[in-house]
Design a protein around this ligand. Sequence first.
Ligand code: NAD
Length: 480
Amino acid sequence: MLFVTYPQLSLYIDGEFIQGGGRKEQDILNPATNEVIGKLPHATKEDLDRALAAAARAFESWKKSSPMERSKILRKVAELSRERAKDIGRGITMDQGKPLAESTGEVVACSEHAEWHAEECRRIYGRVIPSRNDAVRQTVLREPVGVVAAFSPWNFPFNQAIRKISAAVGAGCTIILKGPEDAPSAVVAIARLFHDAGLPKGVLNIVWGVPAEVSDHLIASPVVRKITFTGSTAVGKMLAAKAASLMKRSTMELGGHAPVIVCDDADVELAIKLMVPYKFRNAGQVCVSPTRFYVQEGVYDRFVAGFVEKTQALRVGDGLTEGTQMGPLAQARRVGAVAGFIDDARERGASVLVGGAPIPGSGNFFAPTVIADLPDNARLLNEEPFGPVAGMIRFKTVDEVLQRANSLPYGLASYAFTGSNRNAHALSTGLAAGMVSINHLGLALAETPFGGINDSGMGSEGGIETFDGYLNTKFVTQMN
Ligand code: NAD
């Protein structure tokens, strides 16, 4: 196992890294051992007000910065984050728990978000509308909305924060981001990346605290014009309601309950090979994690047997140990939450084919679990488990499976495996989801939009849609 030191944590306000000063500090735990590895300073009310004032002040000049200047800084961030990926990755494994290869991979892959926004921010175009009068020029301008309050989660601490920051900074907005208090090191590292890349002070500010207290304070401030949140549907609805009551814009990336549809004519071996590591990646704590596996009756037994065999072979352990394929759950509270889904399934007569319980010891380990014979009203088929649990369900026809897959209020990711264009067309048009991936895994790239519908949220991150939530549209009509 690797022995590494956990980085120093801080706030980042108006270009300054801040800690100590008698501020309240929160213990940071390693989820593989539950040992204290660091102390996180919470922002005081004065700190939050300082961040608001700094972001408001910086906006006055940043909104006039040239896209070339923003692009240059974002490119530098991408370059530095690749250079520092190993160090940042170690911090993520220590405070979030995922295996080192996944942590480092997250940093390397997500450097592309900074790069994509560097490229796209040079193409934030307005337009000219032909006018009815020769002496009139009608133009549409896209202007940054102002100060953004952002809330990013603990499951992909680097990915979720750098996306929001790159979009805000690229659009010409300034931003105050509250990162995940459970897994803060990646966000402090991001502040250092932007600082070292030459971002002017006040454009990015990082704060920590009691989530509800920080979000109440920031959302209520007249300085803030836009809210962006990634996390649970329950919290997202609450924050979106607060933002709406003050007529502030919001982007919400919320929970999901992704169906996977495996048809009789699918390449079953391919589906198993792709889906087992994808299901248990990050211990299933992923909003696009495949959760409900609907398998057509002709291939059900083969798919389930192959899935169980590969699941049994997964190596669970400390993410810093070489060869670990699945780490612990990120917090002790998640162990009880995941166990609750399995107790409920057992009570309703389901069969646990593999796993089904926490792994004894000091860390938050839970065995990779596969459950079959679930009734439609099982909690696992209705609420987001956010853990290493896969439910297997048999289906007969494509019409039937579409109706069952679409029966939940969620609508984030969905997956299908089929050898026929006819089924692929019926599924891609029929699935009620923000994203559909057929016969391969292809979600969450910098150049493709990421987002959900219904209870899974509103707005997209990534793709050319990425700046939509950060820009106002202004119409100018001018008579010569
Ligand atoms: P939670 O609902 O308590 O918190 C979810 C996230 O929201 C956390 O990052 C938390 O810090 C933040 N949060 C909570 N209350 C807030 C508030 N009032 N203002 C601002 N931020 C607030 O749940 P949890 O136990 O931390 O995580 C488990 C659940 O969260 C899962 O069931 C999953 O649905 C959801 N989740 C989703 C994502 C995602 O990528 N969409 C990421 C992390 C967690």
